[in-house]
Design a protein around this ligand. Structure first.
Ligand SMILES: [Zn+2]
Length: 296
């Protein structure tokens, strides 16, 4: 799949994960286990795209997992290392930001104390908060799920020169790196799945933003409404994932020409005109970028 597709799937999974976490009461009540919507989406979408960074280094067409595309970044170890790095980097950035905002809160605490008002604020804890182990582990879990979504999607594509993914890297069988996948039930991208996912993300994001707004208003009656809406988001995404999985599993890849013809006829027959035009233009632009990146 292409980066826009991995991004869309990551976004959908982010909305699903966030809604599930919000429904879990324990997480909502413990302030050190609180995960934010923005960070969930950033970590999930980035980790869903990250394995493909191996397209920019080494030799794209090599089947050596150390240097080729679909190499070690497309393995359980690969997504764990990438996920850990990503979450650590996010934590660092958060802490840097907190040093500035925390400084002002510290000043406020200092001056308000003089007037006899006590506010609870721990500067050190506040700065290291993103690295609190429960928060860190939850974000790592999110990054791992994002990476996993990338591997699952790639498994169903053609084997091409790589012969699948080295999921259990650095495992070797009979002296060669073990590879799995290349099932060929889909081609290099799947436009119908992409648009189903994009559409569902628009709807679920709107619902989540409304829910988060309602929560700020803090009316008691809204509590049940927000719970209902979160459940709705979860069920909605589970349905669209099953729908997408059915499309991918029932597909069939013979060769590039046949697959491309099928993709184009699907968007022509089943999609509105503006989606059809937009898709064709985007496909052209992305193919040009891809070809240019392969030449250099
Ligand atoms: Zn990939």
């Amino acid at each position: 799949m292409t980066p826009p597709e991995h991004f869309a799937i990551g976004f959908a999974l982010g909305n699903l994960a966030y809604s599930s976490f919000q429904l879990s009461k324990g997480i909502r009540e413990d302030k050190y286990k609180k995960i934010t919507y923005t960070k969930t989406i950033i970590i999930m979408t980035l980790s869903a795209m990250l394995p493909d960074i191996d397209s920019f280094f080494g030799h794209y067409t090599s089947n050596d997992p150390w240097v080729g595309h679909r190499g070690m970044t497309h393995s359980f170890i690969g997504i764990s290392v990438l996920g850990l790095g990503l979450v650590f980097l996010m934590g660092m950035l958060s802490s840097l930001f907190r040093i500035i905002t925390g400084y002002w809160r510290l000043l406020y605490k200092y001056f308000s104390k003089k007037e006899g008002i006590q506010i609870e604020f721990n500067f050190g804890k506040f700065i290291f908060y993103p690295f609190y182990y429960k928060t860190f582990l939850l974000y790592f879990l999110i990054a791992f799920i994002g990476g996993l979504s990338h591997l699952v999607c790639d498994l169903f594509q053609p084997p091409s020169v790589w012969g699948g993914l080295p999921l259990f890297f650095p495992l070797k069988v009979n002296g060669v790196y073990h590879r799995i996948g290349g099932f060929s039930t889909m081609g290099w991208y799947e436009l119908k799945v992409f648009w189903i996912t994009v559409g569902s993300v628009f709807i679920s994001t709107a619902i989540i933003l409304i829910v988060n707004f309602l929560k700020k208003l803090n009316f008691k009656l809204f509590k049940y409404l927000t719970i209902t809406l979160f459940i709705l988001v979860i069920l909605f995404h589970l349905t669209t994932f099953v729908w997408s999985a059915k499309i991918i599993l029932n597909g069939n890849y013979k060769d590039d020409f046949d697959w491309y013809k099928k993709q184009m006829s699907t968007i022509e027959k089943e999609m509105p005109t503006f989606v059809n035009n937009f898709t064709k233009k985007s496909v052209r632009i992305f193919s040009a970028i891809f070809k240019a990146s392969q030449k250099s």
